[in-house]
Write a protein that binds this ligand. Structure first.
Ligand SMILES: Cc1cc2nc3c(=O)[nH]c(=O)nc-3n(C[C@H](O)[C@H](O)[C@H](O)COP(=O)(O)O)c2cc1C
Length: 306
């Protein structure tokens, strides 16, 4: 009942571990599969790795999580090893996530990660807190501009034969236009969305809480923004969508699929409900579908557009 597909790959269920939530360790990602994830996205990596920002990097309330981890990662060579190790241990499709600061280096890091043969590549075109950092001028803003996003996709597709998902940001004038530009440049799928730009202030200290001052908001408060983005993207492109943002339970996942997602990214919900959130979401989806007369996820995808 819950089987879904992304391009030519079958997923046992639509719940996909979103990028960055559980770091880069193969053992941990394998455990996420045991906890019921239908596919696994690795932490975004770049060519030479990054230390990330100083603490505090995360602040949360019951409604949202705000993070500015700063894309800390050990670099693509170590990430290749993670993907190779993971491939030996898991059946679930692996989505290798990459970022860089220019279309050419995006192509380079993708080619390197592709050597480890993940099932898909995801281009993190949309990290919200690196755009003004020195040396990363423009980075994070690729997906706020259809032309810039398309340029990255085009260069990556010239360099890599694997199917490529472009991960987009809600921080733009029209996510539908950005998605269309990516599709036109050869993207095989869209992941929507990354976090939304946000800030928390410590009133006593009269200062932003995060060391980076601002960060990316995820969790329940992001859900209506994500659903609208997925709905708009579904109306604009033919390629499949991994709908991500604020999904905590099975009903949220169903809404995301009805907006147009073929699979559903699960990120911050791991902090709210623990590792078993993946199997819990599957159980909740199954129960809701049974109660409401659905027999296949195909009936859900885009149902809210009919
Ligand atoms: C701590 C943290 C780290 C993240 N790191 C990445 C990352 O490396 N690459 C990426 O594309 N998205 C990253 N994200 C964004 C998530 O993959 C996801 O798009 C976002 O959190 C919205 O989904 P959620 O509300 O289910 O968490 C990160 C999110 C969090 C909370």
């Amino acid at each position: 009942m819950l089987v879904t597909s992304l391009l030519n790959r079958k997923l046992a269920n639509p719940a996909v571990l979103a990028s960055g939530i559980l770091g880069t360790a193969a053992l941990l990602l394998k455990y996420v599969e045991e906890c019921g994830a239908g596919a696994l996205t690795t932490k975004s990596c770049n060519l030479r790795g990054r230390e990330g920002f100083q603490n505090p990097t995360v602040v949360s309330t019951e409604h949202f999580m705000l993070n500015a981890v700063g894309l800390s990662n050990p670099g693509v060579e170590e990430e290749q090893e993670t993907v190779r190790a993971l491939k030996k241990k898991t059946k679930a499709p692996i989505i290798g996530s990459v970022f860089e600061s220019a279309p050419e280096t995006f192509a380079e890091v993708t080619s390197k990660l592709a050597e480890a043969k993940p099932d898909f590549i995801e281009l993190d075109l949309s990290c919200p807190h690196l755009s003004k950092e020195k040396g990363f001028a423009g980075y994070g803003d690729f997906s706020s501009n259809p032309k810039a996003a398309a340029e990255v996709v085009e260069k990556v597709k010239e360099a890599c034969k694997l199917p490529v998902f472009a991960k987009l940001s809600p921080n733009c004038a029209s996510i539908a236009e950005v998605a269309q530009a990516c599709e036109g440049a050869g993207a095989d799928g869209i992941t929507a969305i990354n976090t939304a730009k946000g800030m928390a202030i410590n009133a006593e200290l009269k200062s932003p809480v995060l060391s980076n001052k601002s960060g990316g908001m995820s969790g329940p408060a992001l859900k209506p923004i994500a659903v609208k983005c997925v709905y708009d993207v579904y109306g604009a492109v033919e390629i499949p969508i991994i709908g991500t943002g604020g999904v905590l339970n099975g009903k949220d996942a169903i809404e995301m699929m009805m907006a147009g997602a073929s699979a559903v990214g699960i990120g911050s919900a791991v902090y709210w409900r623990g590792f078993r959130v993946f199997s819990l979401i599957s159980e909740e989806m199954r129960a809701w579908m049974k109660e409401n007369g659905y027999t296949s996820t195909k009936q859900l995808v885009g149902a809210a557009h009919e």
